[in-house]
Design a protein around this ligand. Structure first.
Ligand SMILES: *Cc1c(COP(=O)(O)O)cnc(C)c1O
Ligand code: SF4
Length: 340
């Protein structure tokens, strides 16, 4: 008994790992054998949404390469301070889709729950980088309000919601006890059939994918679908591969969503390599998103015509099941817009 109690109070490995994540750009650059002078653009020291990079993810970056595609996703550069017309704080109409604290609904039969505002990494292109998480109340208040809305709210046609999508932030940043509580509460909603999880943690913090987490997810009565967010094959190191295989063993289909990002994956070869690397971890490509025009991220933008040409070429190289659907989210539309 005593040993059990002690174990319960032990900080899990993934949280300890998170506590040692890089938050200082110079420390990260030093670990990569780089100096700020080698960067193509000067560093930025943002007040909010500062650098956050787990050490395991940094270890997958190439030493001495200021243009490393993983580094580019996370390093705040002066480009972020540039203003570009059409790039706004809420590019996908999240505030108009808010139905209860932390609950968004845009599409029929699906509702999205902002499980937490926390992430293991701060992606510079994130479309929710300006999301007012702190205005959504405490976690208990949010969950209570979202569950109440899913039980009976007319404006979301609650009885027609068959799928809840846990998003964020990253839902796997919740600890096991909170996640178990939430999933049990969702299990009790009779109209729900599916539970979808959108997460970057299998690749950013593979230690989060524990046996205990897998058992917890497998215990739900809901059909589970897991959507990873991987943008480049180099993100799929051995630990990430193991984490994804572990998740696939609980029987959940694994899909991947990427964002087409200038300087990260904006060519046919990296896109093809990504699809092949995903398959090796039993993950199939789902969506390739055009960048949401969020302010501070314009330097990642790839124009639509170029994106189409890339995917047409990709289709000539790969079997159909390895080609993601090229999509863009337009606020107010009833589904993501498929561009090809
Ligand atoms: C993208 C999104 C979904 C999921 O759309 P799918 O096409 O089913 O993947 C659901 N709800 C919201 C609010 C979304 O932004
Ligand atoms: S993990 Fe997702 S929500 Fe978090 S910063 Fe990255 S893109 Fe944004």
């Amino acid at each position: 008994m005593v040993a059990r109690t002690q174990q319960r109070w032990q900080t899990p490995a993934w949280k300890r790992e998170l506590a040692t994540a890089f938050t200082d750009p110079i420390a990260l650059l030093t670990a990569l054998e780089l100096t700020p002078a080698q960067l193509p653009v000067p560093l930025l020291r943002p007040e909010r949404f500062a650098l956050l990079v787990p050490r395991g993810f940094a270890a997958l970056m190439r030493r001495g390469d200021p243009r490393d595609p993983l580094l580019r996703q996370v390093l705040p550069l002066a480009d972020e301070a540039k203003v570009r017309a059409g790039f706004v704080a809420d590019p996908v109409g999240d505030s108009a889709a808010r139905r209860a604290p932390g609950l968004l609904q845009k599409y029929r039969g699906r509702a999205l729950l902002i499980a937490t505002g926390a992430c293991a990494v701060h992606c510079r292109y994130c479309f929710r980088r300006h999301f007012p998480y702190s205005e959504e109340g405490s976690r208990q208040e949010r969950f209570a309000a979202a569950l109440a809305a899913l039980r009976h709210a007319e404006e979301i046609e609650a009885e027609e919601v068959e799928e809840v999508i846990l998003s964020g932030g990253d839902p796997l940043m919740l600890d096991d006890a909170t996640l178990a509580w939430l999933i049990e509460a969702l299990d009790r909603l009779p109209q729900l059939k599916r539970l979808r999880l959108h997460t970057r943690l299998p690749t950013l913090l593979p230690s989060r994918i524990t046996e205990r987490l897998c058992a917890l997810l497998a215990g739900s009565r809901l059909r589970l679908v897991i959507v990873a967010h991987v943008n480049h094959a180099a993100e799929l190191g051995p630990d990430a591969q193991r984490a994804l295989l572990k998740l696939s063993e609980i029987g959940a289909p694994l899909l991947n969503q990427s964002v087409l990002l200038r300087g990260v994956n904006d060519a046919v070869t990296p896109l093809a390599e990504l699809s092949e690397a995903l398959l090796a971890s039993r993950v199939l490509p789902y969506y390739l998103h055009l960048l949401d025009p969020v302010s501070g991220a314009a330097h990642f933008d790839v124009p639509e015509a170029e994106a189409r040409a890339l995917v047409i070429e990709l289709r000539q190289r790969l079997p159909g099941y390895l080609v993601p659907r090229l999509v863009r989210e337009r606020p107010g539309e009833s589904a993501k817009t498929v561009l090809l």
